[in-house]
Write a protein that binds this ligand. Structure first.
Ligand SMILES: [Zn+2]
Length: 104
């Protein structure tokens, strides 16, 4: 039988990773609505569950935020000031179970 290539690997379940930023994978978030100090993402459990939805991050979806993180090092361009405030004196660990969404 031919392997089924019509589906990519399942997307990760970010609801199982509360405390880990769904955008960048770093550990250190508290309750919902915490701001990730690494990428600036505003933790939103609806967006965790539905990565194509908008919510606490203006018009930026989780999927788009992951693309932004990869290309510009923050979850959205409008987070720039926050990222500047972050400075360089931060250290977080990456959740080894985190991985980005598999595709559009
Ligand atoms: Zn983050």
């Amino acid at each position: 039988m031919e392997p089924d290539t019509s589906h990519s690997a399942a997307d990760p379940d970010y609801m199982e990773m509360i405390g880990t930023c769904a955008v960048c994978g770093y550990v250190g978030l508290g309750d919902e609505h915490d701001i990730c100090l690494v990428c600036g993402w505003h933790d939103d459990h609806v967006q965790r569950r539905y990565p194509d939805s908008t919510g606490a991050n203006r018009d930026v979806t989780l999927r788009q935020a992951q693309i932004n993180w990869k290309s510009i090092g923050m979850s959205a361009p409008y987070k720039k000031d926050l990222m500047r405030a972050r400075g360089t004196n931060w250290k977080f660990e990456l959740n080894p179970n985190w991985r980005p969404l598999t595709g559009p």
